[in-house]
Design a binder for this molecule. Structure first.
Ligand SMILES: [Zn+2]
Length: 259
């Protein structure tokens, strides 16, 4: 499932390859992915304009245009952004498309390239002028002061607190387990019990895990991730991993050194 690092890679791809090109066609026929818009609404808003900048907060991404409308893109559970380029022999809307059934939303440019939301599970979104007010600061960029204030209170288990997108945005299930393990903090601790030293350690661990995942290609590359199995052992001390549902998600942690 895409978490902050995967979405940042998608944002960077759009920034690198989809800005400054005239939009000549938009396939917005998938009324579920493009809800609440009706077919043609996204097309009417975007055709004739150019994307000017690509932004992200947490797992939400949006692309600004030179004429005003903003295109929000969300990767959902399994979506990815593909930039098709005729010259590179990659798929484009009117050419050989590798996964036509999975291409839920397509923006075609005058030079023959295209931006595609490819999503096997159809849980991604394309929406005009997305609302991002409900999101907390980005988990990779939140300041130490804001992190202490936002994360460090309440009775909710620590893992649920850092996955609450209104508290900080971008931490999903795998990134949460990895960062808590790196910071040696139990996912079950009430968030309000942490002192400033522990909160700073957690913030650093989230940032480090995010940077590492961006560099290595995704959250699945985390050091703990291969050991998140029923018979898994802590790669640091060898203890059998504990497993429980925390904040509605399957959680693994080391009962010996995560306290
Ligand atoms: Zn351990």
């Amino acid at each position: 499932m895409p978490e902050l690092p995967e979405v940042e890679r998608a944002r960077a791809l759009i920034e690198e390859r989809a800005l400054g090109r005239e939009i000549v066609a938009v396939d917005d026929a998938d009324t579920y992915v493009c809800r609440p818009h009706v077919p043609g609404e996204l097309s009417d808003a975007l055709v004739g304009s150019q994307f000017t900048s690509a932004h992200r907060r947490g797992k939400t991404m949006w692309v600004a245009t030179d004429r005003g409308p903003v295109l929000g893109l969300h990767l959902g559970m399994a979506g990815k952004i593909v930039i098709g380029d005729a010259e590179a022999g990659e798929p484009k809307p009117d050419g050989p498309v590798l996964h036509p059934v999975w291409d839920r939303f397509t923006v075609e440019f005058a030079d023959g390239s295209a931006l595609i939301l490819r999503d096997k599970r159809r849980l991604g979104r394309a929406v005009l002028d997305p609302i991002i007010d409900h999101l907390g600061p980005d988990a990779a960029e939140v300041t130490r002061k804001a992190f202490r204030e936002r994360v460090g209170h309440g009775a909710a288990p620590l893992k649920a607190r850092i996955m609450d997108q209104s508290v900080i945005a971008g931490v999903g299930n795998l990134l949460a387990d990895e960062a808590l393990w790196q910071a040696r903090l139990s996912p079950l601790r009430p968030a309000g019990e942490l002192d400033d030293t522990e909160l700073d350690r957690l913030r650093n661990a989230i940032r480090a895990a995010t940077r590492s995942a961006m560099r290595k290609g995704g959250v699945h590359t985390g050091e703990l991730i291969p050991h998140r199995t029923r018979d898994g052992h802590c790669p640091r001390c060898g203890s059998p991993m504990s497993r429980a549902t925390v904040g509605g998600r399957t959680t693994y942690w080391c009962p010996t050194d995560q306290t």
